[in-house]
Design a protein around this ligand. Structure first.
Ligand code: GUN
Ligand code: FE
Length: 419
């Protein structure tokens, strides 16, 4: 039988607008698809789930994170990107050759994602095929869906974490093949970034993307030293973007993390090609990369979603990332002499939920037909909520909530909570 969830409903069907229904209803079909949102009880036979005074809202999408960096969250935060990669990240990722180490870490990561209300993600693994397949399986089993990419890197990296170009390609094919067994996790082509990939590897991965129809995720214009390095490596390129475009990796649906230093031309090509900008505000602050002018991207019609980018970002709890995006945008507002408006709560929440749902082929908010990706939040720990209008209550939740306040999580596979 279909299920009717009763509670305080908050969702974001439109960018910049939270729809809040006190004591409302969300109906979900047997297959776990939303059939409607109602202010009054709809007609029909339902199994009823009464959430009391809890808030029922959309689950989060983390569209850029590095799973093998989970074990080093919070370390090395005084360094900037290139030194940080060499001193901390590459040694840590090399440990994921050990499948037992990987399994222990990935199980904890998957658990923490679900506990924090993240049900969909685009995830970088390490270059190791077997532990990447294990990551995909663990995420799927724990109830996270989306994309996992085995990382490709064949230059400018240490011997202990570097591939031979041919092996990088054949291992990527083996990874893609291995993903055939999964239902809710799909593979994604994942060149680490231009400095870590030879031209031959980039072009071959572009060819592989074309051949398989798979999308691409990578990094772009994150840090000034990185941008300068790419200019050296691709002297004839018209910009960082051109190293991906020429290789066939800058096509519709490509997910490009950061975009802090994307110039006008880079943004123009992104808009034209329907390449997505993944905003990683905590990361951009934590390793001192800079402030992404997210408003500019939105105004120019570029698709934007949000990522934690752990562990350059030191938290995978998406409400923290949402608030980080708001804060970063306020600094940008100040620095542009109030020319570029900061993000509102409603806007930032949309980017971490509905925007990415669109990437997964769904409608915004609790649109009819969407898989039921939702969380139930009990804000009684915060106190003083009973006099507040629901919208204010929700804004306060975004700033103040902790994973413990999320009591139930539905991950799009049915009407049973996975938390
Ligand atoms: N650029 C290349 N690799 C990485 C990484 O692991 N994290 C971040 N933030 N940027 C990168
Ligand atoms: Fe990243």
């Amino acid at each position: 039988m279909a299920t009717l969830f009763k509670g305080n409903i908050v969702h974001a069907p439109v960018f910049g607008e939270l729809v809040c229904i006190e004591h409302g209803y969300v109906a979900v079909s047997d297959e776990g698809r939303v059939t409607g949102v109602y202010a009054a009880r709809p007609e029909g036979e339902f199994d009823e789930v009464d959430l009391g005074d809890m808030i029922l809202t959309q689950a989060f999408c983390d569209m850029h994170l590095h799973a093998p960096q989970y074990t080093m969250l919070g370390r090395g935060m005084d360094l900037q990107l290139l030194e940080w990669l060499n001193r901390y990240v590459f040694p840590e990722e090399s440990r994921y050759a050990d499948i037992t180490y990987a399994e222990n870490s990935y199980r904890r990561l998957a658990d923490e994602m679900i506990s924090g209300g993240t049900t969909r993600a685009a995830v970088f693994s390490s270059l190791h095929t077997d532990s990447s397949l294990l990551l995909a399986r663990i995420l799927e089993e724990r109830g996270v869906s989306g994309f996992v990419g085995k990382v490709n890197m064949d230059r400018n990296c240490p011997d202990f974490l570097c591939e031979d170009t041919e092996a990088s390609l054949s291992e990527t094919r083996r990874f893609i093949d291995g993903c055939k067994d999964f239902g809710r996790i799909r593979p994604i082509i994942t060149p680490r970034f231009t400095p870590a990939c030879t031209d031959a590897l980039l072009f071959a991965l572009g060819e592989l993307a074309r051949e398989t129809g798979l999308t691409v995720q990578s990094h772009i214009s994150e840090n000034p030293d990185e941008v300068a390095w790419v200019k050296d490596l691709w002297p004839t390129g018209r910009g960082y973007w051109d190293s991906y475009l020429q290789a066939g990796l800058f096509e519709k649906g490509a997910l490009m993390g950061h975009c802090v230093y994307s110039d006008e031309e880079e943004r123009r090509v992104m808009a034209k090609k329907s390449v997505w900008a993944i905003h990683c505000p905590l990361s951009n602050i934590d390793i001192a990369s800079g402030i992404m002018p997210v408003r500019r991207f939105i105004d120019e019609g570029i698709n934007v979603a949000m990522g934690s980018d752990i562990c350059a970002g030191a938290s995978l709890f998406m409400p923290r990332v949402i608030v980080g995006a708001i804060r970063a945008s306020k600094l940008n507002w100040i620095h542009t002499f109030k020319q570029e408006a900061f993000l509102t709560c409603a806007e930032a929440f949309f980017l971490a939920t509905s925007a990415a749902a669109v990437y997964f082929g769904e409608g915004t908010g609790f649109a009819a037909g969407n898989e039921f990706h939702a969380i139930a939040i009990d804000d009684s720990r915060l106190g003083f909520s009973n006099e507040l209008p629901l919208v204010e209550r929700f804004e306060r939740i975004l700033y103040r909530m902790e994973p413990v306040d999320i009591k139930m999580v539905w991950n799009g596979s049915g009407t049973t909570s996975v938390k």
